[in-house]
Design a binder for this molecule. Sequence first.
Ligand SMILES: Nc1nc2c(c(=O)[nH]1)N(C=O)[C@@H](CNc1ccc(C(=O)N[C@@H](CCC(=O)O)C(=O)O)cc1)CN2
Ligand SMILES: Nc1ncnc2c1ncn2[C@@H]1O[C@H](COP(=O)(O)OP(=O)(O)OP(=O)(O)O)[C@@H](O)[C@H]1O
Length: 187
Amino acid sequence: MLDKKEWRRLMKQKLQAMDQDERNRASSAVHRELFESQIWNRAKSIAITVSREFELPTRPVIERAWIEGKNVSVPKCDPISRSMQFRSITSFDELEIVYMDLCEPIESLTYEVDRSEVDLMFVPGLVFSRDGYRIGYGGGYYDRYLEHFKNKTAAMAFSFQVEESLPTEPFDIPVAAILTENGWIER
Ligand SMILES: Nc1nc2c(c(=O)[nH]1)N(C=O)[C@@H](CNc1ccc(C(=O)N[C@@H](CCC(=O)O)C(=O)O)cc1)CN2
Ligand SMILES: Nc1ncnc2c1ncn2[C@@H]1O[C@H](COP(=O)(O)OP(=O)(O)OP(=O)(O)O)[C@@H](O)[C@H]1O
């Protein structure tokens, strides 16, 4: 079995090599299925990352949430403590690129949203297991944050990012549901 580091390298390669048409088709299917779901329609407040170029696009999800009047918060990382907070944004103009091509909320333009106020947390990852475990970029940011998060979690991924099983460590916290272009996988 591959270790976490090998999984990261392999999946980054696969994501970067993806055909544009297939990427657009699959992303649209994920978004369509999401917007029809009960979990989406019930959420008044969502937390989500701003996708980087090879990740499954999240901007359409953010825009749709705004149209539907949902509160949208995005992560601001503290690389020293390896912790994150979520801050509410109302426009993409409230983002700045801080490091590693990551868009983060500008502090002076946004406010912090407490984790108890987030109904639905979208958790990013490079690869997932069918039982919800995930491997991200290795910052441990989400593992730390989810320890104290009690509401709904979900992940969006391309179907090739979902494996039967993955190496896990004691601090790993699974997501409750994964949505791919082929539908929902629930724990
Ligand atoms: N679009 C998007 N935003 C996101 C995430 C994500 O997966 N996608 N994150 C998901 O968690 C958080 C950022 N995660 C990060 C994880 C690692 C490093 C980082 O500095 N990595 C180093 C090597 C890691 C290490 O030193 O151990 C590097 O790549 O140079 C930065 C951010 C929050 N924002
Ligand atoms: N709850 C936690 N408390 C303290 N340290 C943690 C916790 N969770 C993870 N870590 C540390 O963070 C490091 C990275 O964890 P891991 O490899 O699971 O990251 P990841 O899930 O890929 O990253 P991310 O959560 O940012 O997407 C681990 O080496 C671990 O020591």
